[in-house]
Write a protein that binds this ligand. Structure first.
Ligand code: PHE
Length: 341
């Protein structure tokens, strides 16, 4: 018994000294195998266990366990020490070159159309308008009939309107939102409706999908002067005092009297060019006093109430504001173009 006892004590002393001197993780793992591995020194010593009297076996076994634990702990703590040391030296060697240029982060921007809508909406809110919505798909009734657009009106022509198989249409203007709002609510009503509209048309100033903002104000004693004052203020806020603007008599089935508003072409400044089709002017909105026939369709008392409506062409206004001469640029989503706004 004493010999195994001594061997174990010797193994512990020798091993601790070896572990103490190790300088690399690789050597440490080697030593661990030599001492505690399946064919290592400890196993070798314990082979003598079977020759001992039974009474001594547990005592030696216990001693062997203590030695094993002591050595395992020593190896583990040496390993942590060496790992930390390795990391520290790696960090000390790695330096950061702060003179290298950084990677520029490009921040997304609001699309010019959205910017224009946001601007107009915030201006109209100052005048007490609240924002409403309408669907992109309308019935012929809401898109035309209820707005007093008769069956034979050219606006219903297959070339302008996108008809769906079931007879519904992609709204050709935001005006049907007037019908939805007035059927849902009694006067007074004061709303704007921004939205997408669709017409079968495409060139430098026309896109098959474009944007409008509808305005509707119905109350007692609303007059054309209110309409004119509202639009003049709005356009001045949008384009500044120096922008030339003209009100031109016009016709819409859903308003009477009606007007269209043009602004001087930003490209040729009124001289006439391809953008303004040689007229020197760009039409940006239609407006007028709500036609009594429309009131009839929504059960508003035309004797008691009057109202005005307008429909702003958002894309044209964005083109003017930002000096964009081809409407299609707004929909190509070329990052180089969009970055400029
Ligand atoms: N809906 C008309 C258009 O798209 C514009 C408009 C709206 C005219 C409201 C008068 C009143 O051209």
């Amino acid at each position: 018994m004493s010999s195994i006892n001594d061997q174990l004590a010797q193994l512990q002393t020798d091993s601790l000294a070896k572990i103490e001197q190790v300088t690399t993780l690789l050597i440490l793992e080697d030593i661990k195998t030599q001492i505690l591995g399946k064919t290592g020194a400890l196993t070798e010593i314990l082979k003598g266990l079977k020759d001992l009297p039974n009474s001594e076996k547990p005592i030696i076994g216990q001693l062997a366990n203590t030695v094993k634990t002591t050595l395992t702990t020593a190896i583990d703590s040496k390993r942590s020490y060496l790992e930390e040391e390795a990391l520290a030296s790696q960090l000390a060697q790695t330096t950061i070159d702060i003179t290298l240029p950084g990677i520029a982060i490009t921040i997304g921007k609001t699309h010019p159309i959205t910017q224009t809508i946001d601007h107009i909406v915030s201006l109209c809110k100052q005048l007490g308008f609240s924002v409403a919505q309408g669907p992109d798909i309308e019935t012929e009734y809401t898109n035309f009939e209820a707005l007093n657009v008769p069956k034979n009106h050219p606006a219903r022509d297959m070339q302008d309107t996108f008809y769906m198989k079931n007879g519904n249409v992609l709204r050709t203007h935001t005006s049907p939102a007037q019908i939805h709002a007035m059927t849902a609510q009694k006067p007074p009503i004061k709303i704007i409706v921004p939205g997408k509209v669709y017409r079968c048309d495409a060139d430098v100033t026309h896109s098959p999908m474009f944007h409008q903002i509808e305005g509707l104000y119905v109350d007692k004693n609303v007059t054309f002067a209110h309409l004119k004052g509202t639009l003049e203020w709005l356009l001045k806020e949008l384009f500044g005092k120096n922008q030339k603007v003209r009100f031109r008599p016009s016709y819409f089935p859903f308003t009477e009297p009606s007007t269209e508003v043009d602004v001087a072409c930003f490209k040729c400044n009124g001289d006439g060019c391809s953008l303004c089709k040689k007229t020197g002017w760009l039409e940006i909105l239609g407006a007028g006093m709500v036609n009594k026939n429309v009131f009839r369709h929504v059960d508003y008392d035309a004797e008691q109430f009057t109202g005005f409506a307008f429909g702003l062409g958002v894309d044209r206004i964005a083109m003017l504001k930002f000096g964009i001469s081809d409407i299609r640029l707004l929909y190509e989503n070329d990052i180089r173009f969009l970055k400029q706004f």
